[in-house]
Ligand binder design. Structure first.
Ligand code: FCB
Length: 469
């Protein structure tokens, strides 16, 4: 048994996202979103040609799923709201009552089971009509998002007090608008992602301010954002070049979003400005914020949600002439790689390095003045779906052990941990080929039955005993 225990106030949960589990893509008055559009029109972009049309059918299984969460004994359930289910055309003038009813039922059942609803407002499923006006690179989406957030606070805020505005802005922007890794699969590298992030940070800041202006007094909740980061480490600790490359990786991944909210550092600004000039642009490819926008964004998070799965070593980029310019990776100018010694998973990008989580928590504590951190995702994939998922069990044990060390030895203020994921689900462009769930879902069966894997029992035991066996 591990040396330390989880403090009594520390909370555990599991996480999911609307498009990945709900199904019912055109039922209950829901509008079309960018994942519906992409999976329907470009099945070639999804490894198994699948869609989230039915996924885990969670839209129809509120009762069953809350029952499983109750069996598991979680303190909270992190799920996301489908924007198109609430506002079928994306805009606040047309509210879909059936969508509101669905989330009300879920929230009420959770509360009756003494499980705290932890709600993500946006986990990648942008209403298609909003993409048609350009998606996140269009600055007007900031106010359109705030209208959506306003409806969520108004409809659910009497019972939901824990809000996350955005899940992984890095992935939304970089992959959505620069490298085509996610919907809407644009390839405006070095430009699209920066425009997206600009809108998104303003949207986040304004949604946060709206809460404190109109809702906080009555609802007494908190609003944060979820950022994703790997731990970045120098290939050679003695090499100044590698240390610099590591710093750039951090600044252009986590810092891109964390700096404007949690600090005053502006490292990306000068680098991209200089680079843009060299490329012949008159102004920087990275748009800058007005003073008013800076005031809105700075300090606009009550906690930092952190999604963490894996780590990377950094060194100087060799053969940088091969990297297309302009591009975000050329702006980072660091070669990142994983150790061949780390255990692999069912995902090419995910290799197991538990110590990375503790190091990252300490890095965040030091750089961002000890914010409250909630781990909103951490987990392991396989391609078999085996119920005897020993490797997933080892992953959770070893990563949670590092969380214990960060809490007890480094005094990092981490207060929550969510396992990704509650159940196997539609893993974006990987379709159903990669499974992250602690519950197995049989996607061949029209009823999508769930079965607990060994990791579900182990996770339950960790929550009950407050320690790792
Ligand atoms: C994260 C996403 C989540 C899931 C995991 C594996 O980047 O937030 O939806 O796909 O990766």
């Amino acid at each position: 048994k591990a040396q330390y225990e989880f403090p009594t106030e520390f909370e555990f949960g599991v996480a999911t996202a609307s498009y990945q589990i709900e199904g019912a893509w055109n039922d209950g008055g829901k509008g079309e979103n960018i994942w519906d559009r992409m999976t329907h029109q470009r099945p070639d972009l999804i490894d198994d040609g699948s869609t989230g049309d039915h996924a885990c059918l969670s839209y129809y299984k509120t009762d069953e799923d809350v029952g499983l969460l109750t069996d598991l004994g979680v303190d909270f359930y992190r799920f996301s709201i489908s924007w198109s289910r609430i506002l079928p055309n994306g805009h606040a003038n047309q509210i879909n009552q059936e969508g509101i009813d669905y989330y009300n039922e879920l929230i009420n059942r959770l509360i009756a089971a003494r499980i705290t609803p932890f709600v993500t407002m946006f986990h990648w499923d942008l209403p298609q009509p909003l993409q048609e006006i350009g998606g996140w690179p269009n600055p007007f989406l900031a106010d359109i998002f705030v209208d959506y957030a306003n409806i969520l606070y108004k409809e659910f805020g009497d019972r939901v007090t824990d809000w996350i505005t955005f899940n992984e802005p890095l992935v939304i922007c970089e992959q959505g608008y620069s490298t085509a890794g996610k919907a809407p699969a644009y390839t405006q590298d070095g430009i699209g992602g920066y425009l997206c992030a600009h809108t998104l940070l303003i949207a986040h800041g304004k949604a946060y301010r709206l809460y404190y202006r109109d809702y906080f007094e009555e609802q007494k909740g908190r609003v944060g954002i979820t950022l994703d980061s790997r731990m970045y480490m120098p290939a050679d600790e003695e090499s100044q070049e590698d240390l610099d490359a590591t710093e750039r990786a951090f600044q252009f991944v986590l810092g891109w979003y964390a700096n404007p909210i949690f600090s005053k550092e502006e490292i990306m600004k000068s680098r991209i400005e200089a680079q843009s000039q060299e490329e012949g642009f008159l102004s920087s490819r990275l748009p800058s914020f007005t003073d008013e926008e800076i005031q809105i964004i700075r300090g606009s998070a009550d906690f930092l949600g952190l999604n963490h799965y894996t780590s990377e070593y950094c060194t100087t980029l060799t053969g940088s002439e091969d990297v297309p310019r302009p591009s975000h990776s050329a702006d980072i100018d660091a070669f990142r790689y994983q150790s061949p010694d780390w255990e692999s998973s069912g995902s090419v990008w995910l290799k197991v390095y538990p110590e990375g989580l503790r190091k990252l928590l300490v890095w965040i504590k030091q750089r961002y003045n000890n914010p409250e951190i909630m781990i909103t995702e951490n987990g392991f994939s396989d391609r078999t779906g085996t119920l005897a998922d020993c490797r997933r069990v080892n992953y959770f044990n070893s990563y949670l052990e590092q969380v214990l060390l960060a809490i007890h030895e480094d005094e990092v203020n981490v207060t929550r941990y969510a396992a990704w994921s509650f159940m196997d689900n539609f893993e974006w462009r990987r379709g159903y080929t990669e499974r992250f769930g602690i519950y197995y879902v049989d996607f061949e069966d029209d009823d999508k039955p769930r079965t607990p894997k060994m990791s579900a029992f182990v996770f339950k035991n960790i929550m009950q005993t407050r320690g790792i066996d």
